[in-house]
Design a protein around this ligand. Structure first.
Ligand SMILES: NC(=O)c1ccc[n+]([C@@H]2O[C@H](COP(=O)([O-])OP(=O)(O)OC[C@H]3O[C@@H](n4cnc5c(N)ncnc54)[C@H](OP(=O)(O)O)[C@@H]3O)[C@@H](O)[C@H]2O)c1
Length: 416
């Protein structure tokens, strides 16, 4: 295994091996960025990023032996057919594939689309026991047996000693029981593997124990892409705002709802605007997370847990969405020179207590967040030394989100 600890001071070219758990929009964007920046990484950072594995729910497992088969989709190993490999077999595998600026690897990003999907699971409904309903194949909705074997495959994949960094990019899901994504990250950290994720769920719900696990196992847990995608938030706070104290923070944290509000200001109906957001790829795979305010709540919780001092009960953070807002209400707000924004707000109340919530609020046109339109996001940091600092940027999108992950890879290569 390559030791990223020596990357910073060494002039020799080192390799950091990454493994992707989930390769949808963000994962594909990441491989494109890594391909595009391969020469820059090599010349400016003496760094090669190797891809030692990819696992997705429907496309199967690609590892050092067969990762080139991503280019030949018909030969991909499926989850259900995957042979479990012992640790001894893992160490005997060939070295990982190094991304280079060749057309061959550019095609990785397109071929995964063409793979066959896992069969739909059908169940009867309580109201009509004879009718069958197609279910979304999310982990939490699979039977215990199906979930167990799928999770086992991913955990086994993560354990491969070739992987230096596990990049967790499965969909954000909140459930009553620990999600698969949480188990993926926990497992990797227990094995002292660095983890980078864009997945809000595990960080919002379990930041403290996961961070503790990373510290005690001397590895890193980085998640720049979880809030404002690639627009710097955590790095900005850690480096550019180092030494300042935050009194409060408020932000437009969900691009989809902001896009819809913006469209509605221009007379477009809620339904039409939501449809457009989905077509443009802004909405989460389950858009109810965006619309209900849950996505903004998750981001608010992440910011509260990482930037402020005090306990925060994830399940008790109040939030509301945009789905009840009418065109008429938006029009009348506009006539008063105000606009509606879905705002996440955190305040440091005392040295050890904080408040956090997500509210749909009417703000004057002069407010710094009023000018945040479309799928853009923004955060106002209210600091002791600098007053208010506002950062604005795209909150979603293939390259925006993937850049957050890429930037975490650079951080990792410097700080270890
Ligand atoms: N897209 C954005 O702009 C953006 C921005 C910031 C943060 N994020 C977050 O980043 C994460 C990834 O987003 P995305 O847009 O790339 O999602 P996506 O396009 O829906 O892709 C999700 C990937 O996860 C795989 N997957 C699902 N369940 C899995 C499981 N149990 N084990 C292994 N793989 C599994 C899927 O496999 P199949 O391909 O086989 O279905 C797919 O490859 C999400 O948590 C999202 O909230 C996204």
């Amino acid at each position: 295994m390559n030791d990223p600890k020596s990357l910073q001071h060494s002039k020799e070219i080192r390799t950091l091996n990454i493994a992707l758990v989930g390769m949808g929009t963000v994962g594909k964007g990441l491989l494109e960025i890594l391909t595009q920046k391969a020469t820059w990484l090599l010349t400016e950072r003496n760094l090669q990023i190797g891809v030692s594995g990819i696992i997705t729910r429907n496309n199967g497992v690609f590892n050092a032996e067969n990762i080139e088969e991503v280019l030949a989709p018909s030969q991909a190993v499926k989850f259900s057919q995957k042979k479990h490999t012992s640790a001894a077999e893992h160490t005997a595998t060939p070295p990982p594939t190094i991304l280079a600026q060749t057309p061959k690897y550019n095609s990785i990003t397109t071929t995964l689309h063409t793979q066959p999907t896992r069969p739909e699971i059908h169940s009867t409904t309580a109201a009509n026991p004879t009718a069958t309903v197609a279910e979304t194949p999310h982990n939490e909705e699979l039977t215990a047996q199906e979930q167990r074997s799928e999770l086992d495959d991913v955990l086994d994949f993560i354990a491969n000693p070739l992987h230096d960094v596990i990049i967790e990019l499965t969909p954000t899901i909140i459930a009553k029981t620990p999600t698969a994504a949480f188990r993926h990250i926990e497992h990797a950290l227990k094995l002292s593997k660095n983890v980078i994720t864009a997945n809000k769920g595990p960080i919002a719900e379990h930041y403290d124990p996961l961070n503790q696990l990373a510290q005690s196992n001397h590895c890193n847990l980085l998640f720049e892409a979880t809030v404002l995608s690639g627009t710097p938030v955590f790095n900005l706070h850690k480096y550019a705002l180092a030494g300042t104290k935050l009194h409060a923070l408020e932000g437009v944290l969900n691009g989809t709802s902001n896009f819809i509000l913006d469209k509605m200001t221009h007379g477009v109906s809620y339904r039409e605007a939501l449809k457009e957001a989905q077509t443009l790829g802004y909405a989460e795979s389950d858009p109810s997370y965006d619309i209900s305010g849950k996505d903004a709540m998750l981001k608010t919780v992440i910011l509260a847990k990482t930037f402020f001092t005090g306990a925060i009960d994830f399940a008790a953070v109040p939030y509301e969405g945009i789905d009840k807002l009418t065109l008429a209400a938006i029009k009348s707000a506009h006539a008063e020179h105000t606009c509606y924004k879905l705002i996440g707000r955190i305040e440091q109340k005392t040295e050890t207590t904080i408040s956090a919530q997500v509210v749909l609020k009417k703000i004057p046109f002069s407010h710094p967040l009023a000018s945040v339109t479309g799928n853009f996001n923004a955060i106002n940091f209210e600091t002791d030394l600098l007053g208010t600092i506002t950062v604005v940027g795209k909150g979603a999108g293939k390259f925006t989100a993937a850049y957050g992950v890429f930037n975490d890879l650079l951080t990792l290569s410097k700080t270890n």
